[in-house]
Design a protein around this ligand. Structure first.
Ligand SMILES: *Cc1c(COP(=O)(O)O)cnc(C)c1O
Length: 351
């Protein structure tokens, strides 16, 4: 056996198919922005942008460095979704033809340059970033925005839960503002949850991240693009009442067989993953048993037939997804995807 390594296998076809599915839910003239922030949610910024460029109308990022890197592969729209914070950065954005979000007063200098595309962000109830609707109305007068093309944008706080009334409140605030403004703007409010739950309220641009990568709970059309796996490096039989791992936290209720897998929280399998989370060894479902350590995970393989050193343990894949593991451990798929660390070997399929 060569030196083992945790591996992250990313299937490009699944990302492409997810985009095609999401687009099929939208009106044909709604434009599709692929959100590639945080290294394309851990999937690899440059490779993903190159391999989906024919399917999308633009990209959304938050870091200037990532946006500049994507610019090498595309002439399509690139939006800096939190804008820029200095005149120097504005110049870089301008030279690279980025679109800019303007979400607070310190970013208003961007309006002074008339050729940069602005996305004016309104706070409709998430209360993180954005101007209040009445502030947008004043800005309109101050900067003569009725003469300028821009995108009016907002962000939904609970689009994945259509039962939450905050959705209706946010849509209403957005619509009322849009009605009050007479201008030549486009509108963008939808993230992935909005595409799935409110496809009729997606307006001119959607900004979809998690859906591309297949991390939506309870949706079997969107496929997880990631398989995260590592190899078994030890198998041991333990006796009833033996304790396993740091703090001896888990105690064997009976005689057991456990496998030790060569991956840990330093690879991106969080320490807070609960016992009894499902993993797959030799096409059989096994369960985590004991505290995840930096480099190792212990798995109960008592009922797995012929588990050997060198066998692959799938920590998550298309069927046993990060989304399910996350849910059981009070985490979210977004976090698991973006926590994979640089020492993990990344392999692309269907590139
Ligand atoms: C991250 C982000 C998105 C994408 O959201 P998903 O839930 O991943 O689809 C959209 N808009 C903004 C402003 C974002 O920051």
């Amino acid at each position: 056996m060569r030196e083992p390594s945790a591996e992250l296998i990313i299937d490009i076809d699944r990302i492409r198919n997810n985009i095609i599915y999401l687009k099929s839910l939208l009106k044909p003239d709604t434009k599709f922005m692929a959100i590639l922030k945080a290294n394309a949610y851990g999937h690899g910024l440059n490779i993903i942008s190159k391999s989906i460029d024919d399917l999308v109308d633009g990209y959304g990022l938050v870091r200037l460095e990532e946006a500049t890197s994507v610019r090498k592969y595309t002439s399509k729209k690139i939006l800096l979704m939190q804008g820029v914070y200095s005149e120097d950065d504005f110049k870089i954005a301008y030279d690279n033809k980025f679109d800019l979000v303007v979400h607070n007063k310190n970013q208003l200098f961007a309006f002074e340059n008339s050729d940069i595309n602005i996305w004016l962000k309104v706070n409709t109830g998430m209360n993180r970033l954005g101007f209040l609707p009445e502030e947008i109305i004043s800005l309109h007068k101050l900067y003569d925005l009725d003469k300028r093309k821009y995108v009016l944008m907002s962000h939904l706080a609970c689009s994945d839960n259509p039962k939450d009334q905050l959705n209706e409140k946010q849509f209403k605030s957005f619509d009322q503002l849009a009605d009050a403004l007479e201008a030549n703007f486009e509108k963008s409010i939808g993230n992935t949850g909005c595409i799935l739950n409110y496809p009729d309220q997606c307006f001119d641009w959607v900004r979809s991240g998690i859906g591309l990568y297949g991390g939506v709970l309870g949706n079997n059309k969107l496929k997880s693009a990631m398989t995260f796996r590592s190899q078994v490096i030890e198998i041991r039989n333990i006796k009833q009442n033996d304790r396993v791992g740091y703090n001896g936290r888990v105690i064997a209720k009976k005689d057991m067989k456990i496998a030790i897998v060569y991956a840990g929280y330093a690879d991106g399998f969080p320490q807070s993953i609960m016992d009894n989370s499902k993993v797959v060894i030799n096409d059989q479902v096994a369960e985590t048993f004991g505290q995840v350590s930096m480099d190792l995970i212990s798995i109960d393989v008592t009922n797995i037939s012929n588990c050997n050193i060198g066998d692959w343990c799938i920590l998550w894949n298309e069927e046993y997804t990060h989304t399910n593991i996350a849910k059981d451990s009070n985490l979210i798929s977004y976090e698991l995807m973006t926590r994979i660390t640089p020492r993990v070997k990344v392999i692309y399929e269907n590139l």
